[in-house]
Design a binder for this molecule. Structure first.
Ligand code: GDP
Length: 417
C-alpha cells in the first residue's frame, strides 16, 4: 500500500522490558510443556498391570498438558493496553496517530467516533477492520476508507471495532502495544459499562484534555469511576492543543502552572492514585497535531499546513518525553499484571508434576526395598541351614573319628593278645 516502513531500531525503548519478559516467559512455558509431556510419557511407561502408577496418577499428570497449553495461548496473545479518554474533539485520535507515526485513525470534524476503536498489529501485513464478535474482515487501504467503513457499519456506541494495522509500519504495534480510542466521555451515560467492557485490563489510561479549557466534570467523573474499579490505575494527562498558547506568550507560564496544579491536585488529592510528586511526572503539555505533522514530514508523507507555531520544537520534545515515560510505565505495569500470575502458575505446575513423579519414585523405591528385604530373609535362612549342615557334618566327622579310633584300639588289643 505504498506505506513507508519503520526501520528504526527500538532496542533502547522501555517497551523492551515487556518484549523481553514476554519472550522469556514464553520460552519458559515451552520448557514446562516439554517437561510435562516427558512426565506423561514416563507415566505411561510405568502404568498398567503390575505397574507402579495407577491410571488415576496418569490422568492427573495428563491434565497438566492442556493447562499448560491454555496458558501458552494466553501468553502468546498478551499485550500492553492503553486506553485514551477525553471529551470529543480534544484530539484523542490525533494523539494516537502521532504515536503511531501515521494517520491511521480518522480524525476531525465529521469523523467523531461513536464506538471504541482498538488499534493492534496484524501479523500478515494486512490492514483490516473487524467488529467484536464477528469473524468478517473488512479490508482497508486508506484512512478515508477506514472512516467511511466506520460510518457505513452503523456501529453501536458501546461496540468495539478492531483496527488491524501492519506491525512493521509502527514501532508501538510491533512491540505489542494495543491502543484503544473511545467515544467522547461527554456523549455517553454508560461510563460503567465502558469501564467493565474495555478498561479493566488496560495498563495505562491517557486523559486527553484540552489545554484551552479546564478539566471538565465529565472527564473527572469518568476517572473517579475508573479508580473505584481498578486499584491504583496509571493515569497520564495530556493537555493537548498547547500550540494555542503560542498566540498568547505573555500568559504561557501562568496558564501552564494553573493547569498543572489542577491536574496534580486531581491525580493526587482527588483520585489519590499517586503522590503529588509522581503526578508531576504524569502531566504533559503537547500539541498532537504538530507532533503528527512533524512525524509525517519525517516519513516524507505529503502534509498540508507547513507552518508550525512558535515553540513547536519544545512541544514536540515534551511529546517525546511523554512517550518515553508512558512506555516505561506501560511495560512495567503489563509485566506485573500479565506475567506475575502466570509465572506463579508455571512454578506450581512444575512443582505439582514433580510431586506426582516423586510419588511414583517413592512407590518404586518401596517396592525395591521390599524385594531386597525378601532376598535378605531368604539369604539368612540359607545361611542358617548352611551353619546347621556344617555343625552336623562336624559332629558326624567327630563321631566317625571316635568310632575308627575305638575300632583301631580294639583291633590292636586283639592282635597283641
Ligand atoms: P477526538 O474526537 O478526541 O478523537 O479528536 P480528533 O483527534 O478527531 O481531533 C479533533 C480536531 O482537533 C481535529 O481537527 C484535529 O486536527 C484537531 N487537533 C487535534 N490535536 C490538536 C492540537 O494539538 N492542536 C490543534 N490546533 N488542533 C488539534
Amino acid at each position: 500500500n505504498g506505506a513507508v516502513r519503520v526501520n528504526m531500531s527500538n532496542v533502547d525503548s522501555p517497551l523492551q522490558i515487556f518484549v523481553r519478559a514476554k519472550k522469556k516467559i514464553n520460552d519458559i512455558f515451552v520448557e514446562i510443556d516439554d517437561y510435562v509431556k516427558d512426565a506423561v510419557t514416563f507415566m505411561h511407561a510405568v502404568t498398567g498391570e503390575n505397574g507402579i502408577a495407577t491410571p488415576q496418577d496418569l490422568a492427573n499428570v495428563e491434565a497438566y498438558v492442556s493447562k499448560v497449553q491454555a496458558i501458552r495461548e494466553v501468553l502468546k496473545r498478551d499485550h500492553m493496553k492503553v486506553a485514551f479518554f477525553g471529551r470529543t474533539s480534544n484530539g484523542k485520535s490525533t494523539v494516537i496517530n502521532a504515536m503511531l507515526h501515521d494517520k491511521i485513525l480518522p480524525s476531525g470534524i465529521g469523523h467523531t467516533t461513536n464506538c471504541f476503536l482498538q488499534v493492534e498489529g496484524s501479523d500478515n501485513d494486512e490492514a483490516f477492520l473487524r467488529t467484536d464478535g464477528s469473524e468478517e474482515k473488512l479490508n482497508v487501504q486508506s484512512v478515508s476508507q477506514l472512516g467511511h467503513a466506520l460510518c457505513a457499519s452503523r456501529l453501536q456506541e458501546c461496540s468495539l471495532v478492531h483496527v488491524y494495522w501492519p506491525r512493521e509500519l509502527c514501532a508501538l504495534l510491533r512491540d505489542d502495544v494495543v491502543l484503544v480510542d473511545s467515544p467522547g466521555v461527554d456523549v455517553t451515560p454508560n461510563l460503567d459499562e465502558w469501564i467493565d467492557k474495555y478498561c479493566l485490563d488496560a495498563d495505562v489510561f491517557v486523559l486527553v484534555a484540552n489545554a484551552e479549557s479546564t478539566l471538565m466534570v465529565t472527564e473527572k467523573n469518568f476517572f473517579h469511576k475508573v479508580s473505584t474499579k481498578i486499584s491504583q490505575p496509571n493515569i497520564f494527562i495530556l493537555n493537548n492543543r498547547w500550540d494555542a498558547s503560542a498566540s498568547e506568550p505573555e500568559y504561557l507560564d501562568q496558564v501552564r502552572t494553573q493547569h498543572a496544579n489542577r491536574c496534580v491536585d486531581f491525580l493526587s488529592r482527588e483520585l489519590r492514585v499517586c503522590s503529588p510528586k509522581e503526578a508531576e511526572e504524569r502531566i504533559f503539555f503537547i500539541s498532537a497535531k504538530e507532533a503528527l505533522l512533524t512525524r509525517m514530514r519525517e516519513r516524507e508523507k505529503p502534509v498540508s499546513s507547513p507552518i508550525l507555531a512558535e515553540g513547536h520544537q519544545v512541544r514536540y520534545f515534551e511529546f517525546v518525553d511523554f512517550e518515553r515515560k508512558f512506555e516505561e510505565c506501560i511495560s512495567k505495569s503489563a509485566v506485573r499484571t500479565k506475567f506475575a500470575q502466570h509465572s506463579r502458575r508455571g512454578k506450581n505446575i512444575a512443582a505439582e508434576v514433580m510431586a506426582a513423579l516423586e510419588v511414583v519414585y517413592n512407590t518404586a523405591t518401596d517396592q525395591k526395598a521390599a524385594k531386597v528385604e525378601k532376598q535378605r530373609v531368604l539369604h539368612e535362612q540359607l545361611s542358617a541351614i548352611e551353619d546347621q549342615l556344617t555343625t552336623i557334618t562336624r559332629q558326624m566327622k567327630d563321631k566317625i573319628n571316635r568310632m575308627v579310633e575305638s575300632v583301631e584300639h580294639k583291633v590292636s588289643l586283639t592282635l597283641s593278645q
